[in-house]
Design a binder for this molecule. Structure first.
Ligand code: ATP
Ligand code: MG
Ligand code: MG
Length: 527
């Protein structure tokens, strides 16, 4: 399997990692534990793992826990579970906070070398100065003064709290990320792992290059919007006399009518607009899996997108289409009848069960017991296509001839007919799904979803609340093969001629299934 995976990689990746040597590559997936994993994080995780395995290297999952105001222990656990669910096996699990002491030392070293200064310019003013390329009034503080102030920051004193530490790179470089970026910020919120030991924390810009270098990362994969920051990343490593790391850019994945930001997703959770981070309308790993995405489908999709650097807003149909190819050959098939209409046969057939394959093309899926009898139901929609005297095919059984159609207005209230099993199913125009009436045919609930927002892509400044989809849950009922009552939650099945469904829950004695988009049906409800 490993070697076939590699072939697949050569087929789908035309870009190799620069300077990659077999056995020596180390990559990392660096989630911030500030929410559950979404599909964008899944892309980052899967690509990092992919390259690590491709080069027989190592993968580090590193929790980038440098902002205690946003982070929680429960998110760390959830991310680890999701990483496992995705089939990713990290060689090491680390935390940026493991390096707080080391980063502190390096910050002191930078101050001593005249490469960093403490600044108490108010945030707004600092932003303005950076934008206009104006030097901060504090830029030329002495080393002694900076060391003293950095200590105040460390202690979280009143004076210290007014300050941040900035790297002394440039006042007015065209690349604005080089305009003296902030590298330490005060924060009195207790940290999940280090408690109140620290009252200041390294910023992303300072932390990532350092930890990448210290951990032996050979290739840091970063989303393309960070390209401007690459120069800054290099600057940090040079300024700190640290080992070089190769940067490889990849594009963010975005989907139409979808928010991929933990902060924005959190808002939906907090305001009760979704049932939780695993809501099937959510683009989280848990959400899409609950909706009926397979891990295999998700992985294949991401690998297929891998090397593309176009930042585009993808349509969900793409990923569901990949998923369909994964689930179709293995999803057991059952019958569901909407708006059941009696079809009574005059033949003498006792109610009994027969064995049928769960999947016509894949015997490995197994068998099911199907009820046969003379009182059947078919859907009203199918009934309306039939004519008196017509020969049709009952799927998985044989042909039958319609003798009489009883109507009440436009509705068909009953069909009568008789079997014609010697008839040729190839010659019938209609092939219909059916169920034999038993004492208790279950009525199950089917749920379809719409996207949470109505706009393809929210722009900067758009308020989410102005673009909420009014109705996102659509429920209908069907009468189903009693066998579905025994399915486990999470199982993905096909209701023949209806679509794919994921068994969602059996609360209150009612079985609920979620419609799994197959990327083909382009309905008003999207997906
Ligand atoms: P969010 O805004 O959702 O919090 P983030 O980038 O701040 O996203 P992190 O936890 O810091 O989230 O990111 C972990 C990794 O996932 C990073 O390598 C980041 O580049 C990557 N990542 C995040 N979103 C996407 C996306 N939409 N597509 C691809 N990679 C992504
Ligand atoms: Mg982040
Ligand atoms: Mg973020």
């Amino acid at each position: 399997a490993a070697s076939s995976k590699k072939k697949e990689s050569q087929a789908s990746f035309d870009i190799d990692l620069v300077g990659a040597e077999k056995g020596k590559v180390v990559t990392r997936f660096p989630p911030e534990p500030s929410g559950f994993m979404h599909i964008g994080h899944a892309k980052a995780a899967i690509l990092n793992e992919y390259f690590a395995r491709m080069y027989d290297g190592k993968l580090i999952v590193r929790f980038d826990d440098t902002n205690p105001s946003k982070e929680k222990e429960e998110y760390t656990e959830a991310i680890l579970e999701d990483v496992k669910t995705l089939g990713i096996k990290p060689d090491r699990i680390t935390y940026s906070s493991d390096y707080f002491d080391k980063m502190y030392e390096l910050a002191i070293q930078m101050i001593k070398e005249g490469k960093a200064y403490c600044d108490d310019t108010p945030v707004e003013k600092m932003r303005e100065e950076r934008g206009e390329g104006i030097a901060s009034a504090r830029r030329d503080r002495s080393v002694e003064e900076n060391l003293k102030m950095f200590e105040e920051m460390k202690q979280g004193t009143e004076e210290g709290l007014k300050n941040c530490l900035r790297a002394k790179i440039s006042v007015d470089d065209n690349n604005k990320t080089l305009r003296d970026p902030v590298i330490y910020r005060c924060n009195l919120t207790p940290h999940a792992r280090t408690g109140t030991t620290w009252k200041m924390y390294p910023t992303y810009d300072f932390c990532v290059p350092i930890v990448d270098s210290l951990e032996g990362i050979t290739h840091a994969l970063r989303t393309i919007e960070y390209r401007d920051r690459n120069a800054q990343y290099e600057w940090m490593l040079n300024a700190l006399h640290l080992r070089h790391v190769n940067i490889w850019d990849f594009s963010r994945v975005n989907f139409v009518r979808t928010l991929l930001s933990k902060r924005k997703l959190q808002w939906f959770v907090d305001t009760g607009r979704v049932s939780g981070w695993d809501d099937p309308r959510f683009p989280t790993v848990r959400g899409v899996l609950k909706r009926g995405m397979s891990v295999e489908g998700l992985r294949q999709f991401i690998i297929s997108q891998g090397p593309s650097r176009n930042i585009i807003n993808l349509d969900w149909s793409l990923i569901w289409n990949v998923n369909k190819k994964v689930i179709d050959p293995i999803a057991p098939r059952y019958t569901a009848i909407s708006d059941p209409t009696p079809f009574n046969l005059s033949d003498d057939i006792e109610l009994h069960q027969e064995t049928r394959a769960l999947h016509k093309k894949n015997p490995d899926v197994g068998n099911k017991q199907v009820w046969f009898g003379k009182n059947l139901i078919i859907s009203q929609d199918d009934a309306l296509t039939l004519k008196e005297g017509e020969e049709l095919t009952l799927m998985d059984w044989g042909n039958v001839i319609v003798d009489k159609i009883v109507k009440d207005g436009d509705r068909i209230t009953e069909l009568q007919g008789h079997l014609h099993l010697e008839g040729d199913f190839k010659k019938t125009e209609h092939k219909v799904t059916w169920l034999a009436q038993t004492e208790k045919l279950p009525v199950v609930e089917l749920v379809n979803f719409d996207h949470l927002i109505v706009k393809d892509k929210l722009e900067e400044g758009d308020n989410v609340e102005d673009f909420l989809t009014e109705q996102t849950i659509f429920t209908s009922e069907v009468t189903a093969d009693p066998n579905v009552l025994n399915l486990d939650v999470g199982t993905v099945i096909q209701f023949e001629r209806v679509g794919y469904f994921s068994v969602a829950n059996k609360d209150n004695g009612v079985l609920t299934l979620y419609h799994v988009p197959d990327g083909k049906v382009v309905s008003r409800y999207g997906a």
